[in-house]
Design a protein around this ligand. Structure first.
Ligand SMILES: *[C@@H]1O[C@H](CO)[C@@H](O)[C@H](O)[C@H]1NC(C)=O
Ligand SMILES: *[C@@H]1O[C@H](CO)[C@@H](O)[C@H](O)[C@H]1NC(C)=O
Length: 405
């Protein structure tokens, strides 16, 4: 006898929807753009994710195309970028976003001999950043001092496709062109698992396109698979028991996605029972897609929102390099996440991210200090002038476009 068993899951009825641009929080969305000559990316406050004006200021310090960007999980104003120019750069974005182009990184991390395609911040240790280059090497940096503390050589015979940290950042997992998946203890510089031969489960999918971008939510055990060049997001729930993977549903739209971004959980609107938010990249547009569980009640839905990783790091870079581990510090989403306004990068030792521009020479005289003060004042007034002129230009352009119609 055949019986269809419908598995109970609160995520069975998750639905996706493209939304209008009235979203906010945590703060920004960043998008790599193709700029002639150098490499650049855009940083947009979240409420600006509609059509992107050509004149919008960019982050533009690299001398080759930008290949990857990653927001610091512990500071919503800080983002890292990697490039074909073999460098990694770290940027501090002004509180309210860019008014003028940003070409001065806080720190440049040099060491790779070929282009750097992958960067990823440590999930729980402050100022720890991993980079993987086409030289098949992985570096792990203390961004606060600009030093490469760990270098993993001779582990990958071919191009590294992707690298990710486990939840508390004690291990990394890489995928490589040689078709092997490696689990690596980066501080012991050893491969602890490789070439898992038998998959736990296999799920056939009716997707003709190649690359699937996975986004895993460890709080709810839902994995979202976004096909690149496809127009679908499929989602599955993962459980500990066979068959482990349970298809939930799919969201489809007309236009294929060129890329996809995933919002940290603390940026979700819990009042609307939003359980995930994606940013779908079009030609010159960035469209938010919201995954929602339909609920009748207006009350906070505890079962949908277990505590999630908060923005505070569990430990400092130095602790982690010395061998300590720390699990993510959980926060409740009950009252929505409110970012700390005056969140500053804390310094343990010499930290480029704080000391910039205020470095004093050791034998500075009162006279040279006064001079410095004067120059800083002038720089500030020039910056203000540029910013006010830019606003004026935008206004005039708006007027012009109205007349042109
Ligand atoms: C970190 O994660 C690893 C692997 O999941 C686990 O074995 C270890 O106990 C965790 N350590 C801490 C301090 O949370
Ligand atoms: C955030 O703000 C709260 C309240 O002002 C404060 O107690 C907390 O320590 C702050 N967290 C950080 C990381 O600054």
């Amino acid at each position: 006898m055949m019986r269809r068993v419908v598995r109970q899951s609160k995520f069975r009825h998750v639905f996706g929807a493209a939304v209008k641009n009235d979203q906010f929080n945590p703060k920004f969305v960043a998008i790599i753009i193709e700029a002639s000559g150098g490499g650049a990316f855009l940083v947009l406050p979240l409420h600006k994710t509609g059509r992107i004006d050509k004149s919008y200021p960019t982050v533009c310090g690299h001398t080759g195309p930008v290949l990857d960007i990653d927001w610091c999980p512990h500071n919503d104003q800080v983002i890292a970028s990697s490039s074909e120019d073999c460098t990694v750069m770290v940027w501090q974005i002004p509180e309210n976003g860019l008014v003028t182009a940003l070409s001065e990184p806080v720190v440049v991390l040099e060491g790779h001999s070929k282009r750097v395609g992958i960067i990823t911040w440590h999930p729980t240790a402050r100022n720890v950043l991993l980079s993987a280059g086409c030289d098949n090497q992985i570096y792990i940096w203390n961004v606060g001092t600009g030093e490469a503390m760990i270098s993993l050589e001779d582990m990958h015979p071919d191009v590294i496709f992707n690298v990710c940290w486990n939840r508390n950042g004690s291990l990394i997992c890489t995928s490589c062109k040689d078709k092997a998946i490696r689990v690596i203890d980066p501080r012991k510089e050893t491969i602890i698992a490789q070439n898992m031969e038998e998959p736990m489960t296999v799920h056939e999918m009716d997707t003709s396109n190649g690359v699937l971008l996975p986004f895993y939510d460890p709080d709810t055990n839902v994995v979202y698979l976004c096909g690149k060049g496809d127009s679908t997001i499929r989602y599955f729930e993962i459980t500990d028991e066979s068959p482990y993977v349970h298809y939930l549903s799919a969201y489809s739209s007309k236009e294929p996605q060129r890329g996809m971004g995933y919002m940290p959980k603390r940026g979700l609107d819990v009042n609307k029972c939003e359980i995930a938010r994606f940013f779908k990249l079009h030609e010159r547009k960035c469209e938010p897609i919201v995954m929602t569980v339909p609920r009748k009640s207006d009350l906070f839905q505890d079962d949908l929102y277990p505590d999630t990783a908060g923005p505070d790091p569990a430990l400092e870079a130095e602790d982690w390099f010395e061998g300590k581990n720390g699990d993510p510090i959980p926060i409740s989403l009950k009252n929505g996440y409110v970012p700390n306004k005056s969140r500053e990068f804390k310094v343990v030792k010499k930290n480029f991210l704080d000391g910039k521009g205020t470095k004093k020479s050791e034998n500075s005289s009162p006279k040279s200090e006064a001079k410095l003060e004067e120059i800083l004042k002038e720089i500030k007034s020039l910056k203000d002038l540029v910013s006010s002129q830019e606003k004026r230009i935008i206004k005039l352009e708006e007027q012009m476009s109205k007349i042109a119609i």
